[in-house]
Design a binder for this molecule. Structure first.
Ligand code: ATR
Length: 281
């Protein structure tokens, strides 16, 4: 009879959400585990907000080395962590937790990394430090995008949101490089950035379309949409028809998972066409 206690421990990780069934992360991580022949497991963890603290205290004892965190736990998970990176603090949300050997929980936010890496890989000529960006939306995703752009050296960001006060709050948090533009004025400034980003949920399947006039887009712009369902949003289709370079939002989802996978399973994974197929199937 084999002594099961002497078998090597298989690292476990998962995604914590409420709900969690919609998450693409299990398919993504299983694809990478299989691709690299790693004996690890990654599972969806449906955790009610009332039991998040208990879950975070228990998971490491069960062999979990970390977790991704999704809606609605991103703020609370950060508050429950022992160590929080500066960028997670600035964004006000954590999406990646590391359960350290010393029992401490380390919280980071990799959404901004995912955003920039997706653009760098798919539009290698784009230099974030060279020119302004136009950002539509001022929710949680916009905070991650803006933090990442500023860190990458973007000199000026035109920020427009339906609810102006939310854009102003964001501008207060991030400083003078953010210029708030009225939502009705967004079409007028769309041509004023080397990069245009939609961080709103408009255009997502089941949500209203992004109904703004796109005629000021021009061919030397890079346009990206955080919405990835559908992959080719109306914004990206319109931008492409104007000759703009376009990058869809799926890559952000894939690249934001890279640091967690590397940390938990010991190998930096590649994002390939097969990776995209794995989460789209
Ligand atoms: P996320 O974390 O994905 O950014 P969020 O915090 O709910 O999600 O933010 C959603 C964004 O989409 C916000 O910028 C929101 O604008 P408001 O701040 O005015 O709510 C934007 N949004 C959602 N529905 C919208 C609509 N019908 N018209 C314009 N903007 C909309």
């Amino acid at each position: 009879m084999s002594d099961s206690a002497s078998l090597p421990r298989i690292p476990l990780a998962g995604v914590i959400g409420h709900p969690v069934a919609h998450s693409k992360s299990p398919e993504l991580f299983r694809h990478w585990l299989e691709t690299y022949g790693i004996a690890g497991q990654y599972v969806p963890l449906h955790v009610h907000p009332d039991t998040l603290a208990e879950a975070l205290a228990t998971l490491p004892k069960l062999g979990f080395v970390g977790a991704n965190v999704t809606i609605p736990h991103k703020l609370r998970a950060m508050e429950l962590a022992d160590i929080v990176t500066d960028r997670a603090t600035l964004i006000g949300a954590a999406n990646t937790l590391i359960f350290r050997d010393d029992g401490k929980i380390h919280a980071d936010n990799t959404d901004g990394y995912g955003f920039i890496e997706n653009l760098r890989r798919n539009a290698p000529d784009w230099d974030p430090a060279a020119a302004s960006a136009v950002v539509l939306g001022a929710g949680g995703a916009a905070r991650a995008v803006i933090a990442a752009l500023l860190e990458a050296g973007t000199p000026h960001i035109l920020l427009s949101n339906r609810t102006r006060t939310k854009a102003e709050a964001l501008a207060r948090d991030f400083g003078k490089k953010i210029e708030v533009v009225e939502w009705v004025q967004a079409p007028a400034v769309l041509g004023d950035g080397a990069l245009v980003v939609n961080t709103t949920s408009l255009g997502m399947a089941g949500k209203p379309p992004l109904r703004i006039n796109l005629e000021n887009l021009h061919a030397d712009q890079l346009v990206t949409d955080l919405v990835y369902n559908p992959l080719r949003t109306d914004l990206l289709a319109a931008a492409a028809s104007k000759g703009c370079r376009t990058v869809d939002g799926l890559g952000m989802l894939l690249y934001q998972a890279v640091p967690g996978f590397e940390r938990w399973f010991g190998r930096r994974p590649d994002v390939t066409d097969a990776t995209r197929d794995a989460v789209l199937s």
